[in-house]
Design a protein around this ligand. Structure first.
Ligand code: NAD
Length: 371
């Protein structure tokens, strides 16, 4: 079997604690199922700054470029609050996203039945929810030029950001959304603001043309992004895949995420374009949460977001669909058994730590694999 090259970048705070649980799963899949994962390790964020004075070293960047997939923990913490801006912990993640050209950010919002009652929305609104937000990650208003604050000379200043999208950027992100929809319930809703933004007019036009040219078997609808936010909290189950730009995606994916509960549960993937020769995409998988300095080192972090990110890696980088399904089923099963880390436990309920949760998921995964 061809080897599967994984780079693990645990990072700071609870990153290494959560990554330890993925390392166990990787070893188990190699030993029991001959999965052929070859892992390398590297430093990112504050830990890389401490070791190399950079948020990610050139050597680790080279490992990331050579890997089939990167698993990223979390970066940051008060210890590095005053380091120079260019080498702040987040710069490591931004460099990885930029150099690997990860333009598609995938954020699933899945509501595990066992946690439906814990949502801030009514149980029937979220139970069984399974939607995927596809956010454009490398363009739009976060990167457009000019981007500056200018002094108007009359005691006033002007802050300028520029929302800008070219046809190819919209085409490729919509292409990712349509392709993913084909593996799910075959529906895409494209969100923009064509009523007030030129970039929205172009977005809608290109989404429609891309659909017509290559993906007419998928159902495409359009929604204004503000209405989309409203519909996400009113009846989220109407959606399958939502595709949207960088800014709207930033907000809508956070809204969708909180439909399902704790930050400790939420995985994400960022994908690049397929390589012309090999067809493989560069990819980075990471939990949505940060380094949680308030609980770091206590052994109580929820490893599920990190483990679910690994499940996405199995699915999207290695085409290991059955294994991904089984790992996600193992997570659902331990939750159904009532196991909870502190962040997802009802007040006063019994809780388990990071290692015990990781072990329980690994055991369930094995049991499901044997079944
Ligand atoms: P955070 O996500 O680290 O924590 C927010 C709250 O959620 C905290 O109370 C934390 O204890 C809790 N939490 C988060 N993940 C959890 C888990 N797996 N299990 C249990 N509880 C969990 O966000 P923050 O506190 O705003 O930021 C802390 C640091 O992380 C900052 O330095 C920030 O810059 C950084 N950060 C990094 C990333 C990243 O690496 N991608 C993302 C967000 C924030």
């Amino acid at each position: 079997m061809a080897s599967r090259k994984l780079l693990l970048l645990p990072g700071d705070g609870i990153g290494p604690e959560a990554m330890a649980e993925v390392r166990k799963l990787v070893a188990l899949m190699n030993e029991r199922f001959g999965a052929g994962f070859e892992t390398e390790e590297g430093l990112v964020g504050g830990s890389a700054y401490d070791a190399h004075g950079q948020a990610v070293s050139e050597a680790d960047m080279a490992k990331a470029m050579a890997a089939d997939a990167v698993l990223f923990g979390a970066v940051g913490g008060p210890k590095w609050a005053d380091v120079p801006y260019e080498v702040r912990p987040e710069a490591g993640l931004l460099r990885l996203r930029k150099d690997l050209e990860l333009f598609a950010n995938l954020r699933p919002a899945i509501c595990y039945p066992a946690l439906a009652a814990a949502s801030s929305l009514r149980q029937e609104v979220v139970e069984g929810l399974d939607i995927l937000i596809v956010r454009e990650l490398t363009g739009g208003v976060y990167f457009g030029e000019p981007k500056e604050i200018i002094d108007l000379g009359n005691g006033q200043k002007r802050g300028i950001d520029t929302q800008v999208y070219d046809t190819y950027e919209i085409e490729r992100i919509c292409g990712v959304a349509f392709e993913l929809a084909r593996t799910r319930r075959n529906k895409v809703c494209s969100m923009e603001k064509h009523n007030v933004m030129k970039s929205g007019v172009l977005w809608k036009e290109v989404a429609t043309a891309t659909h017509k040219a290559r993906y007419s078997d998928v159902e495409l609808t359009h929604m204004l992004a503000d209405a989309g936010g409203m519909q996400l909290v009113r009846w989220p189950k109407q959606f399958d895949v939502i595709v949207t730009d960088n800014l709207f995606g930033d907000m809508l994916s956070d809204v969708a995420a909180m439909l399902t509960g704790s930050l400790g549960m939420l995985p994400s993937a960022s994908l690049g374009a397929p390589d012309a020769k090999t067809g493989k995409r560069k990819a980075l998988y990471e939990p949505v949460h940060g380094s949680a300095p308030d609980i770091a080192g206590k052994g109580i972090a929820n490893p599920i977001a990190m483990i679910a990110s690994f499940a996405m890696c199995l699915r999207y980088s290695f085409g290991m669909i059955e294994e991904a399904d089984r790992l996600e089923a193992a997570i659902a099963a331990v939750l159904a058994d009532g196991l909870r880390t502190a962040d997802i436990a009802a007040p006063g309920a019994q809780t388990i730590g990071t290692t015990a949760m990781g072990d329980a998921i690994a055991e369930k995964f094995l049991a499901l694999s044997a079944a």
